[in-house]
Each structure stands twice: as structure tokens, then as C-alpha cells.
Design a protein around this ligand. Structure first.
Ligand code: IPE
Ligand code: IPE
Ligand code: MG
Length: 243
């Protein structure tokens, strides 16, 4: 199954390539970007937010229906308190500075993961942001916050066990309990910074996603890199087990 055809972006125009409907990104490499510049890690995260802005805008411009970005994993609590505080501060800033644009651009904002463990004021900001985008009908931006795929699957299994006898539990039932249930199937999963692992991100959803690992550090990732990823996706031969 391929996505629809795209011709809205110069680099992709005329190539008749399939556009992924749902792209997910493991935004990695902020710390190393900062280290290379002899800057504190927080500066890397700040530059990472600018990359988020560029890439989410460009994803909308080329017509990607859903973008899921990994912003904070359930394992990231292992980081020093100060760094977690910096990340929370940037999340506050991002919502304050970019919410109006998301509302105006008709973006459906979704949170996956359990953001309720974040500081109270951040939880309130996030809930307000989601509410203000609730009537939107356009592209989906899903932000993974305190997200872990194993916990997501455990919760899904628990809910299924409560409402269904074992012989009625199948893949479709399980998918209906995942936090991505309203999103199109995951087509393309990108990880930046040269690491080749999933780090507990979208484990179920990635079953037939195309995986793309790029060396670019997240703060350096931009529109051209997303275009290149989309072109690479278009050249993959997805067989889904068939011929
Ligand atoms: C990704 O960059 C951002 C988060 C995990 C929040 P890192 O902070 O993991 O950067 P590196 O991997 O140390 O370079
Ligand atoms: C994955 O990056 C999580 C996010 C990008 C939010 P990490 O940098 O936390 O992953 P590991 O620790 O290298 O696996
Ligand atoms: Mg990392």
C-alpha cells in the first residue's frame, strides 16, 4: 500500500513518489550538537526546538498527514534533574510561542505518553494547548511526552483483559487501545544522530514502517533532510510479507 502522490515541493515535484502519510521522528543528538560547539547541553535542546519548528512546518507544507515526534521518553527521567528542568522550560516556551501558529494552521495536537508526571503548570499548558486545537481538522502533530512503547502495550493489554475474553483479543483490538489509534498507520520512522535503535518508541506501530537512520544531529535537521527522507521512502519497495 502506498500513500498518495505529491507534487507540492520542488525537490519532490514531478517525481511521482509516494508520500508517507505518517512519519515519526526520534529527535536525537542535541547533546552531541552542543558538545561539538563547546556549549552546554541545554543549548543543544534549544537548537532542537528550532529544528522542531522547521520540520513540523515543512511536514505540513509537503502534505504529511501525521507527524509524531519523540520529545521525552519514559527513560529520560534517568537524566540529571537540571537537564530535565531545562527540557520542561523549553516545552513551556515552545507552547507559549508556537500554540497560536498551531491553532491558526488547523493542526490537530495530540500527546502520547503520560505527560501527567510533568510539573503541574506544564501539564496545564499542555492540556490547554490540546483543548485549543481540539476543533482543528488538519494535519496531526503528535508529541510523545514521557512516552514508552512497552508501557503503552502493557496498558493496552490490561484494558483488553478487562473487556474481552482471551479468544476475542486480536491485533485490531490491541491497536484500538494504542495511543496512536486515531493516526494513520506509521509509514516512515526516522532517527537522527547515527544511533541505530528504537529506544522504546512505537514498537508495535513500527512493525511495517520503513526505518531510516541518518547521521545528522537533530538540531541540524531541516526541510531538505525531511525531503531527502521522503524521497528515500518513495524509493523503498514495501512488500508487507508479499512478493
Ligand atoms: C535528544 O537529544 C533529545 C532528548 C532525548 C530529549 P539528546 O539529549 O539525547 O542528545 P545526545 O544523544 O546526548 O546527543
Ligand atoms: C530517545 O533518545 C528519546 C528521545 C529522542 C526523546 P535518547 O537519547 O534518550 O535514547 P538513548 O538513551 O540513546 O537510547
Ligand atoms: Mg540521545
Amino acid at each position: 500500500m502506498k500513500g498518495h502522490l505529491v507534487s507540492t515541493v520542488p525537490v519532490i515535484a514531478g517525481r511521482d513518489i509516494a508520500l508517507p502519510r505518517h512519519v515519526a521522528i526520534i529527535m536525537d543528538g542535541n547533546g552531541r550538537w552542543a558538545k561539538k560547539r563547546l556549549l552546554p547541553r541545554a543549548a543543544g535542546h534549544k537548537a532542537g526546538v528550532e529544528a522542531v519548528r522547521r520540520v513540523t512546518r515543512h511536514a505540513r507544507a509537503i502534505g504529511i498527514e501525521a507527524l509524531t515526534i519523540y520529545a521525552f521518553s519514559s527513560e529520560n527521567w534517568r537524566r540529571p534533574e537540571e537537564e530535565i528542568g531545562d527540557l520542561m522550560g523549553l516545552l513551556r516556551l515552545f507552547i507559549r510561542s508556537d500554540l497560536a501558529e498551531l491553532v491558526r494552521e488547523n493542526v490537530r495536537l495530540k500527546i502520547i505518553g503520560d505527560h501527567r508526571r510533568f510539573p503541574k503548570d506544564v501539564v496545564a499548558l499542555i492540556d490547554d494547548a490540546v483543548a485549543r486545537c481540539a476543533a482543528n481538522t488538519g494535519p496531526i502533530l503528535a508529541i510523545a511526552l514521557n512516552y514508552g512503547a512497552q508501557a503503552e502495550l502493557v496498558r493496552a493489554a490490561q484494558r483488553l483483559a478487562e473487556r474481552l475474553p482471551p479468544d476475542q483479543i486480536d491485533a485490531a483490538a490491541l491497536e484500538s487501545e494504542l495511543e496512536t489509534r486515531d493516526l494513520p498507520p506509521l509509514d516512515l520512522l526516522i532517527r537522527t544522530s547515527g544511533e541505530h535503535r528504537l529506544s522504546n518508541f512505537l514498537l508495535w506501530q513500527a512493525a511495517y514502517a520503513e526505518l531510516l537512520f541518518v547521521d545528522t544531529l537533530w538540531p541540524d535537521f531541516g526541510a531538505a533532510d525531511l525531503d531527502a527522507a521522503v524521497v528515500a521512502f518513495g524509493s523503498r519497495n514495501r512488500r508487507f510479507g508479499g512478493l
